[in-house]
Design a protein around this ligand. Structure first.
Ligand code: DGJ
Length: 738
């Protein structure tokens, strides 16, 4: 069994072949943390890793005692995992062990996204209940360990078993104490159109945090951090990953205290948060996924990719190859009618594209972004026959049809706002802030969720719709809902997210055949929480291939390729003005859910030929790109950032594709070797360059061993590339085992 309990040493040991997580009930009943990291022998007691007596201090407060659920105000001065205000206004808690139980599998969370099991015995869950005798608060700490994954999934339920109401002011999903501070902190930061850029810095004494207070997980920071040893690389060294399965305001924080230990906590951002608990009521935190790897960042990412792709994402499309789509947004923006869309679709169909997505502008009277959000009825000026006619004609061409929606929003200029101004989030006594000319609907109101479910079900059922792009284009300001009393307003931001999850849940269940893609001004809500409903997301509004190298590279630290929408767009690029070779754009976008974001009727004959080849190539290798094992090879965040490389390998190791990218040409550059990973060392691979016509450099004529490709790599001739390709060069190596 992966979870063992030893009453004699009072020790819990969660163990797989790759990790151990050890806890102990200390003499006074506190739940101490002993170890998370490499697997330890199953039958030993690790009491000596626990705290030692510190003479003269009744509560041993001078020691940085590692605890599973630390609280504040009684001697632990580090950041707490739980803060609960009691009837007298005090917040001190003393949580002591009460009971525990081990269950097979993993219980689901109600109303929140969570990882799951599919076959019995795949995982076990330990629930440990701690209690504060004074106020009656109970904390159920949950730990799930999967037999074959190097990770622990954590979360907590806070239950008020006392006689008076309590206010939860902070409730972390996980808090972990590590015994030293020799770590670097990796975070994914950015902003609109430059999401998830990797930052790595040393941890220092004191606190370092990333967080969101925008109502979405945000493009500024992602709810993922990692602690890696300074010497850790992609394929060597220790790293811990911390990922929060949540789409709203989050906090991920690291604190190094004065004795040099490190505490990490992650959960809902306590800033602005307060949850009122009547006697008998409970609060569930979102869950956090803690990964440990002794073999570098690559192995940590593999653990997240596989868990998120196969045990967080769900539904019909989880394992299904994703269609090659074309989206009209950058091709037309708001300026289209049925005729133009059908011309685009027909042109796309000739090129082999499989799905046509109609983006923003099909409803109300939306000719720009000032009106109509909330008015989910077809604009008959543009589409006289409605969606049914358009989708029907597109289907008749042999393409699937997809539709953009932005359910959570309303424009002031809309019928919905006229009818229900009170549904827009805001404080009645203050002006509401408009962002992109729109307000946010109060998703904390069940009637808003019901209304949206009704109206959107009507649309999705009115035409053959196979795909939905669910957008969310602004942050939340003036957080407030008149549906809650004054003392409960701190619940609003979390209730909003729960409302979004409820709507996603209902729509995905009502339309199980539809592929949902999440979006939030590009990648502002690209997080594990949303992945539980939409198995893919629009990675960024920035479609520039060169900027995408960093965005996609950073995203893969925690997210699988199958979750990343990646499209070829027109050149010069609409976000950066940069002109890049056509194939370079495709060779970057192949590493994700591939598609196009342009007007295909404007292609030159040469571009049409290229697109046909790209579509055929991606179609052939799609499952490898979407579901293969992904490895980062050369980081655009390191060195001079001029080169990048990555690869995908088939699960059986029989095929692989390597992408190499050079941003600016290098004069008089020597050959560069890119060492590959994840191949079968005993296999011999035929190596070809794709497309064959794009490179002056012949592929190696003889098959090469997986061993030599991993030890020495493929060789890239810098000079030839310069002369023939200039800047923004990209090439693919296709490896097939003989
Ligand atoms: C933001 C999205 O990220 C874009 O792809 C596009 O759908 C626009 N919104 C439409 O308003």
């Amino acid at each position: 069994m992966p979870i063992s309990w030893d009453p004699q040493s009072q020790q819990f040991h969660l163990r797989t072949d790759s990790v151990s997580y050890v806890m102990q009930i200390l003499d006074n009943g506190w739940l101490g943390h002993l170890h998370f990291g490499p697997p330890l022998a199953e039958d030993a007691a690790y009491t000596y890793l626990g705290p030692r007596d510190f003479l003269g201090f009744s509560n041993r407060q001078r020691e940085p005692i590692p605890l599973e659920c630390p609280t504040a105000g009684s001697g632990d001065f580090r950041v707490p995992a739980l803060v609960v205000e009691q009837a007298d206004g005090s917040t001190v808690l003393d949580l002591r062990y009460k009971s525990h139980r081990v269950t097979p599998g993993k219980p689901a969370l109600t109303g929140l996204p969570s990882t799951y099991v599919e076959v019995g015995g795949e995982a076990e869950t330990l629930e440990i209940t701690l209690v504060d005798a004074v106020c009656g608060l109970e904390v159920e700490l949950r730990y799930t360990i999967y037999r074959s994954r190097p990770l622990v999934v954590r979360g907590a339920r806070i239950v008020n078993r006392g006689q008076t109401p309590l206010i939860v002011r902070a409730a972390m999903s996980a808090s972990l104490d590590l015994p030293d501070a020799d770590w670097t902190l990796l975070t994914l930061n950015g902003d609109w159109a430059r999401e998830r850029q990797i930052d790595r810095r040393a941890v220092r004494p004191g606190r370092q945090a990333v967080a969101s207070n925008r109502g979405v997980s945000s493009p500024q920071h992602n709810p993922f951090i990692a602690l890696a040893r300074p010497s850790t690389t992609e394929d060597r060294g220790e790293v811990f990953g911390f990922s929060l399965v949540y789409s709203g305001n989050f906090l991920a924080e690291v604190e190094v205290e004065s004795f040099g230990s490190t505490r990490i906590r992650t959960g809902i951002n306590p800033e602005g948060f307060a949850w009122f608990l009547d006697p008998g009521a409970f609060f569930d935190t979102p869950e956090a996924v803690l990964v440990y790897s002794a073999a570098g960042l690559d192995e940590m990412s593999q653990a997240y990719h596989e868990l998120f792709r196969t045990r967080l994402a769900r539904g019909t499309w989880r394992d299904r190859p994703r269609p090659i789509l074309i989206n009209n947004w950058e091709g037309t923006y708001f300026d289209f009618d049925e005729k133009r869309l059908l011309e685009m679709a027909s042109s796309a169909k000739e090129l082999g594209i499989e799905l046509f997505v109609l983006d923003d502008g099909w409803f109300g009277r939306r000719d720009d972004d000032t009106t109509s959000l909330g008015d989910w009825f077809v604009d008959k000026r543009k589409l006289p026959g409605g969606l049914e006619s358009l989708a029907g004609k597109i289907e008749a061409m042999g393409l699937r049809f997809g539709l953009w929606i932005e359910p959570e929003m309303v424009n002031r200029a809309s019928r919905l706002y006229e009818a229900h101004p009170e549904w827009a989030v805001g404080i009645p006594t203050r002006p509401r802030t408009e962002i992109r000319n729109q307000y946010v609907l109060d998703m904390a109101r069940p009637e808003v969720v019901d209304y949206l479910f009704g109206v959107l079900s009507g649309i999705l059922g009115s035409a053959p719709i196979s795909y939905v792009k669910w957008d969310m284009n602004r942050y939340i300001t003036e957080p407030f809902t008149p549906t809650l009393p004054a003392w409960r307003q701190g619940e609003f931001m979390h209730r909003y997210v729960m409302g979004v999850y409820a709507l996603y849940d209902r729509l995905t269940k009502a339309f199980p055949g539809i592929l949902f893609e999440s979006c939030s001004s590009g990648g502002a809500r690209f997080d594990p929480g949303i992945l539980a409903y939409a198995p893919q997301g629009w990675t960024s509004d920035n479609t520039d291939a060169i900027d995408r190298l960093r965005i996609q590279f950073g995203t893969t630290l925690a997210y699988p390729l199958s979750s990343m929408g990646a499209h070829v767009s027109a050149s010069p690029n609409h976000q950066t003005g940069r002109t890049t070779p056509f194939n370079t754009r495709a060779l970057v976008a192949f590493f994700g859910d591939f598609g196009y974001e342009l007007d295909p009727t404007r292609f030159t004959p040469e571009e049409r030929a290229q697109v046909k080849d790209q579509v055929a190539f991606y179609g052939h290798w799609r499952e490898l790109f979407q579901f293969g094992r992904f490895h980062r090879l050369v980081s655009p965040f390191e060195g001079d950032g001029n080169d990048a490389a990555w690869m995908v390998v088939a699960p059986d190791g029989r095929a692989a594709i390597v992408g190499f990218y050079r941003i600016q040409s290098r004069t008089n550059a020597g050959p560069k070797r890119i060492r590959l990973r994840g191949l079968d060392p005993a296999a011999r691979y035929k190596v070809s360059v794709w497309p064959a016509t794009s490179t002056p450099e012949p592929a190696p004529s003889l098959p090469l061993g997986g061993d030599v490709l991993m030890a020495q790599g493929v060789v890239i001739e810098g000079n030839r590339m310069n002369m023939e390709m200039g800047d923004f060069h990209a090439r693919l190596y296709v490896l097939e085992a003989q």
